[in-house]
Design a protein around this ligand. Sequence first.
Ligand code: NCC
Length: 330
Amino acid sequence: MTMAADGVSNGFKIYILCVLTFNATGYILLVRYSKSREGPKYLSTTTVLLSELSKLCISVCVLTVQKGLVGMAQDVYKNVICNPRDSLKMAVPSVIYAIQNNLAFYALTYVDAATYQVTYQLKIITTAMFMVIMLGKKLNRTQWLAIVLLFCGVALVQLDALEAKEEDKEKSFSVRGLVAIIMSCMCSGFAGVYFEKILKGSETTLWIRNIQLYLFGLVSAGSGVILSDFSTIQEKGFFYGYNIYIFVIIAMASVGGLYTSIVVKYLDNIIKGFSTAISIILAALVSLYLFNKHFGVLFIIGTGLVVSAVYLYSLPKKPEPTIVNGTMMR
Ligand code: NCC
């Protein structure tokens, strides 16, 4: 197996990308299903809080396996408790991710899984934007072309959804849903690049960063629960409307989040975007069979454009030409 400079094999990288892709597909489909089925409506804010708790517990367990109980306690004490200034850096993405995770539930109440997933690919633009602003990344012409194609693709998919609404009254297009997705893309782009910058810019390990993030995540997601659903919880209880699907959603949110952090550590946010874009096709195919959804020509062309854009964007950059003694070198 080929080992890269960072000490992990290419096989491992492919494995983490596959888990991320399949998990994201299943997650979106299941959230959509849970929002569209009849019966008592669960509170999304509580599931976001429980997934933060579960990710925190898993991260502590991983660190314990790596370092033993005493080593884990020392590590947490030294890096989290004795270093509040460093820990505070994770408060920023924790709040943004809490907003983003809640927005996803909101958006999936109004748009179907496939439309959501394709439109959500706008996050590749927001991620690129933040990469340029925050990490000083330079984009070449092919990558800008990819961004324009992506815009066109997403617009076509939205037009297709709009037509579907007029024809068969299916609520696949919704202004509220679209606004929530665009805000979600901003949050994903900013928080992802911020996390990458902090993780790669210091010696602090991934699992300590995750523990810092999820500790603040508990506070951010907990505030969401109190601010939006406190009275309902008092009246109906924290687990109102829960069933087996909701626990699977929490488990998948935890797997997705933890694998996101591993992908950002060993690869980067752009490759993550490419990987999850593949889940568009998977989500569309599953929707076709499970929900009997029909796609128009615009959806198919739009999806094709999005996938081509993601591919073009991920193409390796040609080395910048340098001038040596008046001669252009490549
Ligand atoms: O939107 P996306 O990710 O960028 O959101 C990142 C998710 O990972 C969690 N996270 C991030 C860093 C870290 N150290 N720990 C974490 O737990 C954040 O809380 C946030 O939930 C994608 O690239 O498309 C991806 O999409 C999500 C999900 O499908 C969308 O956010 C839904 O709107 C995927 N999550 C799941 O499948 C559960 C993620 O794996 C990939």
